[in-house]
Design a protein around this ligand. Sequence first.
Ligand code: FBP
Length: 701
Amino acid sequence: MPGSKGIDLNSFLKNPEVQKVTTPFTNDFQERLNFQPHACEVFNFPVTGLENDERYKFDIHPATKKALPHIIDNTVQRIIGIDPPDAVLTKEYTKQRNIGIVFSGGPAPGGHNVIAGLFDAMKKANPKNRLFGFILGPEGILENDAIELEKNMIDAHRNLGGFSMIKTGRTKIDTKEKMALARENCKKLNLDAIVVVGGDDSNTNAAFLAQELFNDGIQVIGVPKTIDGDIQVKDKNGKSLCAMSFGFHTAARAFALNINNLCSDSSSDVKYWHVCKVMGRVASHLALEVALQVHPNMCMIGEEMADYIDMERIEKAKASGVTDYTAFGMTLRHLSRVICNAIVRRAEMGKNYGVIVIPEGILEFINEIQIFIIKLNTIIAEYNQTHDTDFHSDFITLDDKLVYLRRLARFSRENKNFFIWNTRDDDLFSDIPAFFQEGLLTERDSHGNFQFSQVETEKVILGLVQSYLKIRQEQGRYKIGIKPDWFRKTLKREGFDPDYYGPVLFKNFNTDDPFLIAKDSLISIKTLNQELVREEFIGKNDDIPPVIQRVFLATIPKFKTQVHFYGYDGRGNDPTWFDCTYTYNLGLTVFSLIANNATGQMAAIKNLEKDMVDWEPIGIPIAPLMHLEERKGKLALVLERTVVDIDSPAFKVVEAMREKWLAANPGPDQFRRPGPIRFSGSSVDSKPLTLALNNLGRPQV
Ligand code: FBP
């Protein structure tokens, strides 16, 4: 068929060079499919066993003992190689098994390799073993929607990002009815074991499922997945068992590459502040890793803010004999001031541009917002429970929701025992911009979590920053510094004497300062005119000389921003070497746990922070890791999330470098180029920088 402009499209499409473009199989893709991750030494043995490791202890919550009696006494288990295995062990290890696997929660790079590792190990043990993948997450378990995963499907997804082979979802198996349905469907598939690859909530779910299916002899094994990096396990003495969940490294590297590109752009056209929000629903691990990878001018770490104490306010209050409780924890207003100060300082050094990294969950660490989130969570959960309906379907528009809240506030005036939403809450809430009110009222996810990714956090913060900068500008305390050379050259070119005009324009004219700063009083053309008239540089009816006007305008900053959200892109990235190897070994570990009859355990690799030769596959008991947390307005047993430790070496490095990376000085910016994710070769990343620094900077335990 002849194409347009005389091209024979049919034969053109058959051209091998054109086919290189039209096929999805790029060289990189092919290399990934062919890559065989190294297995930890122990997996080279014909059979693996488990050894209880009693060195690790946990503080067990009494509520967990009661809720999970079958698995609460589990201990850490080390995977050991056995050669030669005895006949009994071999028989048990190689017996034919059906295993189900499910992804739960957001995608994380490396998930396909968990499946590949498990598949390879189970087929090696017994080629008749069968692996079933539940489709679309835990919903697939409830719907009995599973497919048998065959070699060709697995081979087509090795070392690739996403969870596309079986998809994922956020359904929670959290009621008696759902548990019963899960049991029934596992039995229908004749499953010996089920593997839950998920975050804190999903591993919590895995523990409850393990308890529930214990007497049916169906084992449940969890796998620590989340780009947020907030599943990190230590025992009660601080001994690390799982330094990082999988997917974190890839996501952070993907964000870092993009943000580094913005650093180049920003320092080239020198007119934008790029505000980069990075995922991490609660913890700021991703923001911290990105900061180490890129050295942005500013990086906010939520956990640091929660810990903030305003000493000045405390001292002031102490002097007048009172305690200022509001001085603990950073407020939104204070945060905006911190950002403004940094922007102003860079502007004075001629840098009216830069890059800021903000963690998605930053608001969780701001006192006043956290209180709103908890209160609204409770109100929504209570409403749903009392009315057996859905708050968001009953109150569709923001106005409807606000009217309901106002009603609660009125109710609180008449009922002293009702304090969840009073008139003060309502007044404070009314002061918040509508888009943010809407954000705070968004639907919670199936686990009752606040969906930070749906809220334009950066817009809230930027709104405050913008208004404060305006105030500073009106006070004459936000100026762009001018290079003395440029000032002299510009005036001389127009036949004006810089030494004559300098003192009237700048407050530091005859100093050695690297940048000239316009006087505080010069905030507009009008004030400039008044100053020049007052100092008798021009007459009352004269115009300001154009060159003076031009120089003056160059001192007036415009705060222009570009806002970016990094999350879904990095979450879908193809995994780094670290995540490929880590997850493949997690898959192998899962099989060892199953083949040795473990249940209620989470597969993990100890010593991730060290070189791969030191990695140790283990099983971590999930039940002892649980604690009570507010979910859907009620206390529930959940796996504890790990937030950034502000005493950790990695955080301390960022803290120590903050001033240097801000580069509010005449020198160059300190941006670091992490480069693209390389899968092989000398520049391949062996591990997250956070892990490397924490390993280097801590006494070994
Ligand atoms: P998981 O905890 O399930 O791994 O998901 C984490 C995450 O990527 C967060 O960083 C983000 O806030 C959230 O998922 C976004 O969720 P959704 O995919 O529902 O928009």
